[in-house]
Structure formats: C-alpha cells, structure tokens
Design a protein around this ligand. Structure first.
Ligand code: AMP
Ligand code: MG
Length: 534
C-alpha cells in the first residue's frame, strides 16, 4: 500500500520506447519524428478535491488516508509531480467527422507516467485540463468544471455498467477561472477550472498510428506498434519482441474485436459517444474522451447529443457500429506499411463485422431475457420491437428494465401485460390505435416465445435485471449535479457516483435517479444537446 503517489512504482515505457520531441517549448507547433513532447503541468492556483473513485484508489494500491492528504491533491491537480513521473503530451493525428485533420495530439492532457501495481497491473495516469502543450493549437489546455464532472462520473458509471472504459481516479478544482464560450455565440464567460486524473492501460489512440503513417515515418510507426503490442498485448505474440507482418495483423484483428465488443455494450445501455473521431478511439477497445456524449432517453436511433454534428448526425446512436468499422479502416490503412498486403487487414475488418453482429444478437436476446430461445424467433421479435419503440417517445432504460416484470402466462390479459411498461412512455396519450394494438400483439408474441422455451418469469426477471440497468447517467442528472457543484456544493456528485456504482440494483430511497427525464429537461442545454466546448 502506498501512502503518497510518489510511493507508487513508476515504469515509464512509453517515454522510454518512443523518441521524444527535442524542443521543450509548449508553443503550438508541428512535432515530427517524435511520439511525444515532455511538458510540465500548470500550477493550480488554489486546488481542492471534489471527488475520488474508491475503486480506483484501491486498484492503484493507495491507502484511503492518502487521498485526504495535500500530497494527493497536489499530485492529481498538477501542483507537484510524483517522484518518478515523466510527464508528457502525446503526438497523434486523426480523422474528424470523416476528414483527415492532421496533427492533433494531447492539447489539454498531460500523462504523468505508467505505474505497475502490486498485483502487476499497468496503469497510465493522465491529468486532463492541466495546461498547454505543443498540441494545444492556440487553445488554453484547460478544462472546466462541467465537462470534468461529466468525464469523471460517466467513466466510472460506464465501468460499473460493465462497459469497457478508461477510468477516473479523481476530480479536482484548480481554483483558477477559465474563459469559455459554451454556446459558440460570442458570449464567453468565466467558469471554474478543473482537472480529472484519468487512468487506463495506455491512452494510445488510432490517431497515434495515423500521424506517423501520414508523414511516411514508417520507422516510428513500427516502433509504436512494437511498443503497443509487446507491452499491452504480449499474449498475442507469445512474449516475442521481433514482430512479423502476421503479428501486426493479429493485433489489428484483436483491436477490431475489442472495438466491436465496446460498441455492442454502448448500444446495450443507450450510450452515444458523440465524437467518434479516430483520435478518440482507444487501441484497447475502451471508451475514451468523454465530451458531448449522451444517453438515449426516448429510444431514438437517429439521436446525437453533439450540437456540432447536428446537421449530418454522423455519430448518432444507430451509426456507431458502422463508424467503428470506418475508424478501424483508417487504422488498417495506417499500419498497412508494416503489413504490406491487404488481405489480412481486410479479414480483420470482417472480424469486426462478424463479432459485432454475433455479440449484438446475443446482447439483444439477453435484453429480452430470451437467451437460449430459437434465434430466428428472437431476431424477429427484436426487429419488430426496434420498429415499434421510436414511434412514440419511449424511455429506453425504463422500457427494457420493466420488460422483465411483464407476466408471460397465457391467461394474462394483453392490457395487464402492458401495465408495468406504461411508465416508460413520455406521451402515453400517443399509445393508441395501431401503435397500441401492435405493442400488445408484440407483447403477446414475446410472452408466447418465453413460454415455448419454458422460461420462468422469476428467473427471466433476474437475468434481465443483470443486463438492463435501473439507473444510467441521464443527461439531466449530470447537469443537476454540475449546477450544484458550480454553486459550491459537490454532494450531488457524490450521491450520483454512489447510485451509479450499483446500476443494476433497485436501490431503495434512490428511485428519483431512475425516473424518466422530467419535462423541464427536454430542451435545456446540458440536458439534451451539448457543444464540444469544454
Ligand atoms: P476532442 O474533441 O476533445 O477529442 O479534442 C480534439 C483535439 O482538440 C485534441 O487534440 C484536444 O487535445 C484538443 N483540445 C480540445 N480542447 C482543448 C483545449 N481547451 N486546449 C487545448 N487543446 C484542446
Ligand atoms: Mg479527444
């Protein structure tokens, strides 16, 4: 157990394996021939700790008391560097909204280094919002409270939901105001500055490979691939260090598989990332970079929370699976020089599609509580349901959760079957005529399918409650916690974090976190649509 962050065992392989930028200034510039630039976090004016994740504190091997110390606060807000830290900003590029955007890089994230826990787990610690780097492109390198609360809460919530994600150790205020034009309408305001300490095996993105490939720097492309594979995917190459074209292909195929699994999980819980640019795609298949993300409230496959994407909705809920494949195609193109032939990478992309399709079908069967039932019958029910749900605003989380309470016995009246679901409708008066008839018919067929497969209601209910969460981080819930924290009261963050730690449980006294979106939140900024300003 470590009593300060300096007691943690650092083993900074990224900075050891990749070449450093020789220039030390943080002036915005192109950085060629390097994987990163060494930088120092900015001194926070008057830092204070708002929240920590107890699970991450434990995982890192920190003592709970450590968290209460000034050392900890200073380390996670950028005020003091842990003894063996080697802080840097990584150089990466990316495709943004379908177009190559050139060099991007860590513009407001500074990695402190990699630690290895007593259990042998490698974690990279990164401060988001810790000041400018050569990749800040004229911006300030800072983050504001609202976006930091959103990242902190959502990454922990996703973890507890069982969705692969980067994690958050802590959320701290810097004490320094930050100027932001939240609506991009020429009315900037001062907002509280904050830093999230994020944790992941690494923060390597598809874009780290793309930047080298785009510059024809195949030497560093190989160095990066070898670093990533030998350190983070040793099982794929039996611990070998001399890698072959086949090794790069099997690694790519593994990234494709993990990406498919991640996106199946997003679809399961109704998460919309909002900015699936290739610089926001982790090679570990982890959800990364929580910006203008959102949660489906009413099941609307065409929805995206991101105002910047309002016109074409490239990153809408229903497009996420296809965008995953598009992004992997960019990664395949980037590593092609290491492979020299298209077939293996093409097969890797096909693995993405088959993995996604198989896992999506089992995931939907599990959401319906029909695991083990005839797959064709289930797929028919899934298709019909997904056509019915968007016809009137139907809360996705509530609908699937309550579907577990639907009685399937033959003698049950159709209206009685519908009863537990009524609360999921935002406009119950629209559930009339054909729509009501089709919904009742669907429920009848659903019940018949469950009976045919001898699925007992009680067991089905329990199984469904393990895949259909009771609580998710509804957009308005995060906003209410942010509003309170902005007024100096962080307890809303703590309450929400506590509830989100057990998303599959019916938590007595916490029912208000599981209710559908209130009417006032329908069009309020932060509760429905978000800009990229953070
Ligand atoms: P994102 O859309 O959050 O993935 O960011 C895209 C790029 O913009 C990344 O290179 C970020 O580091 C950079 N960026 C975003 N906000 C800031 C900021 N406030 N200061 C510096 N760089 C930023
Ligand atoms: Mg990003």
């Amino acid at each position: 157990m470590a009593s300060t962050l300096s007691d943690l065992r650092f083993d900074n392989r990224f900075t050891a394996d990749l070449p450093a930028d020789p220039v030390s200034s943080v002036q915005s510039r192109q950085v060629a021939g390097a994987g990163y630039s060494r930088v120092t976090p900015r001194q926070p004016g008057k830092p204070s700790l708002l929240a920590t994740s107890a699970e991450m504190v434990h995982e890192l091997g920190l003592l709970p008391d450590t968290v209460a110390s000034d050392d900890f606060l200073l380390a996670v807000s950028g005020g003091v560097l842990p003894a063996d830290a080697d802080p840097y900003a990584a150089c990466y590029g990316g495709h943004q909204f379908g177009n190559w955007a050139g060099q991007l890089g860590d513009g407001r994230a500074i990695t402190l280094g990699e630690i290895v826990t007593g259990a042998g787990h490698r974690h990279t610690l990164q401060l988001k919002g810790a000041g400018p780097t050569p990749y800040s492109r004229g911006a300030d390198g800072l983050a504001v409270l609202r976006s930091s609360v959103r990242e902190f809460l959502c990454s922990e919530a996703m973890h507890h939901l069982g969705v692969p994600t980067t994690r958050a150790l802590s959320l701290a205020l810097t004490g320094d105001p930050v100027m932001r034009d939240m609506f991009y309408d020429g009315n900037p305001e001062w907002e509280p500055g904050a830093v999230v300490c994020r944790v992941a095996p690494s923060f390597i993105r598809f874009g780290n490979f793309e930047i080298f490939a785009s510059r024809g720097d195949h030497t560093n492309l190989r160095t990066l691939a070898d670093h990533a594979i030998t350190l983070h995917f040793p099982e794929l190459v039996d611990g070998r260090h001399q890698l072959t074209a086949d090794d790069y292909v099997s690694w790519f195929t593994e990234v494709a598989r993990r990406t498919a699994t991640m996106i199946v999980e997003w679809q399961r819980v109704g998460f919309v990332h909002g900015v699936m640019n290739t610089d926001n795609m982790s090679i570990h298949g982890l959800t990364i970079d929580y910006g203008p993300y959102g949660w489906l409230e009413d099941y609307d496959p065409g929805w995206t929370p991101n105002t910047t994407d309002r016109q074409f909705k490239r990153y809408r809920y229903s497009a996420q699976p296809h965008i995953g494949q598009w992004n992997l195609t960019q990664l395949a193109n980037a590593i092609y020089p290491l492979v020299g032939a298209a077939e293996g990478l093409q097969a890797g992309l096909e693995t993405y599609v088959s993995t996604f399709n198989e896992q999506w079908a089992s995931m939907m069967a599990a959401k319906l509580g029909l695991v083990g039932a005839d797959t064709e019958a289930v797929s028919g029910l899934v298709q019909r349901l997904l056509e019915i749900l968007p016809r009137t605003e139907t809360d996705m989380t509530l609908f699937f959760r309550e579907l577990g309470s639907v009685e399937t016995a033959e003698a049950v009246e159709p209206e009685q079957r519908l009863a537990p679901l009524l609360d999921a409708y935002y406009r119950p008066d629209e559930l009339t005529g054909d729509l009501r008839a089709e919904t009742l018919a669907w429920l009848d067929d659903y019940a018949a399918c469950a009976r045919r497969h001898q699925l007992n209601d009680q067991q089905r209910h329990e199984a469904m409650s393990r895949v259909n969460p009771r609580v998710v981080l509804r957009n308005y819930l995060a906003q209410v916690a942010i509003d309170r924290a902005s007024d100096g009261d962080p307890s809303g963050i703590h309450e929400l974090l506590e509830v989100l730690r057990h998303p599959y449980d019916d938590q007595p006294g916490c029912e208000r976190f599981a209710e559908k979106r209130p009417e006032w939140a329908r069009s309020r900024p932060g509760c429905s649509m978000l800009s990229c300003s953070s």
